[in-house]
Design a binder for this molecule. Structure first.
Ligand code: FAD
Length: 392
């Protein structure tokens, strides 16, 4: 085992969107940053690779070279019936392959001055002198602060003594290649979302240039295996039996962060899935990974400049900036997934309006809180009741 004594201001474990962007932001402000990942980059991550406009707006640089396609339209279906179609003249979802995006982001961090070590797994941390000794599969690294950007099963969280209560959804995703190369064009730059076919969840199709990324997710504890639902979804969408499913993978998605969670200690903090932030309706996590990286970068730079490793400010800022709005998203998710008969009726009748309102959220034009207040205003409730009575 090698033994490294290089001293870093910040050691970041996990080179996904959260860790790589944070490394970039800190290194751009002259912090000495080590970014490590147990996998060799580029590596795969089960993910639809859909970047919403609100996620892209959080990236401080262009990502053109890793864009796999754009979706200008979104179609939503309930039990196979179309309930919402939206078309925009700008991309509603920017499609990427995560192996390429994450590699690109880590490269940006290196260009900004961070040191990248891939194939290095975090094992443990020990306080040493005025800093920390980080034990890894490739030796010991010394730093002042440690960041856990190591995903939903964060080992760093445990090492920092942070008890993070996570609620999770199961997701699976596969890349579908068809013998007919023109096959993805059938979907014509249109992302599909299908409700009603998967218990407490949905299925999606994200067309990429030469294939389709297809996945299903479910928040139901009763659904242990998603593969049968994935296969049934392919059949329901007429995706031909001769299509090849490549890199089929399962992964957890954290939803509804627990208000009691403390996400920083005096030695470090958590970002992205490790901190438990993702959209409880859609499972979209990159927006929260990027936003968390911005917040973490400003708290860490303050701590480094003040000469103290004081990160107490982090949890309350995260709660205010991200957690608060997710409380409202969680309420919508509850209605959508736990009251399927009610939500199916409302969406079937009012899909267009609801879809437009939700598009406003993913475009970053409105918050879940404003959407909630609008819909559950007296006028909104009256409209829902009227609608339900009319459809009896
Ligand atoms: C099926 C599915 C589809 C999804 N689709 C979308 C989508 O279309 N759009 C969207 O915005 N979000 C989507 N998400 C959510 C999104 O993938 C995550 O929210 C996002 O990857 C979180 O980024 P992260 O940087 O926090 O963690 P991750 O991307 O999970 O990265 C964590 C990194 O830490 C590394 N690591 C772990 N342990 C260690 C260790 N001990 N030592 C060193 N390194 C370690 C891992 O190798 C990994 O590279 C999807 C999730 C799933 C499961």
């Amino acid at each position: 085992m090698g033994n490294s004594v290089a001293k870093y201001d910040v050691i970041i474990v996990g080179a996904g969107p959260a860790g790589a962007l944070l490394a970039y932001l800190l290194a751009s402000q002259n912090a000495r940053v080590l970014l490590m990942d147990r996998e060799h980059l580029p590596r795969d991550k089960p993910c639809g690779g859909g970047l919403t406009p609100r996620a892209r707006a959080l990236l401080p640089f262009e990502i053109e070279e890793v864009i796999a396609e754009y979706s200008y339209s979104v179609k939503a279906f309930v039990n196979g019936k179309p309930v919402f179609v939206a078309h925009r003249d700008h991309p509603v979802i920017t499609m990427v392959m995560r192996s390429r995006l994450d590699h690109f982001l880590a490269g940006k961090a290196v260009q900004a001055g961070a040191t990248l070590k891939d194939g290095v797994g975090f094992k443990a941390l020990r306080p040493s002198g005025d800093g920390l000794s980080i034990y890894t599969s490739e030796g010991i690294f010394k730093g002042r602060l440690l960041v856990g950007a190591d995903g939903v099963n964060s080992r760093v969280a445990r090492a920092l003594g942070l008890k993070v209560r996570r609620h999770v959804m199961n997701g699976v995703e596969g890349e579908i290649y068809h013998p007919d190369i023109n096959f993805p064009r059938v979907f014509q730059n249109t992302a599909h979302f299908d409700f009603g076919l998967i218990p407490e969840g949905y299925g999606w199709i994200f067309p990429k240039r030469d294939h389709l990324s297809v996945g299903v997710l479910s928040a139901s504890r009763r659904v242990k295996h998603l593969r049968p639902y994935f296969n049934a979804y392919l059949a329901a969408k007429n995706i031909h039996a001769s299509a090849k499913v490549k890199s089929f993978m399962a992964h957890l998605i954290p939803i509804s962060p627990d208000k009691r969670n403390i996400l920083a200690s005096e030695r470090g903090l958590l970002v992205g899935d490790a901190a438990g932030f993702a959209d409880p309706i859609t499972g979209e996590g990159m927006t929260y990974a990027f936003k968390g990286a911005h917040i973490a970068s400003s708290v860490i730079m303050d701590a480094l400049r003040s000469g103290y490793n004081r990160l107490e400010a982090y949890t309350p800022i995260l709660r205010k900036e991200m957690g608060h709005d997710l409380i409202f998203a969680k309420r919508f998710a509850y209605i959508l997934y736990k009251c399927p008969r009610f939500s199916t009726r409302v969406i079937s009748a009012h899909g267009g309006r609801l879809g437009d309102l939700h598009m406003g959220v993913i475009q970053g034009e409105r918050s879940y809180e404003s959407l909630y207040r609008k819909m559950f205003s007296l006028a909104g409730l009256r409209a829902i009741v009227r609608l339900l009575l009319l459809r009896r």
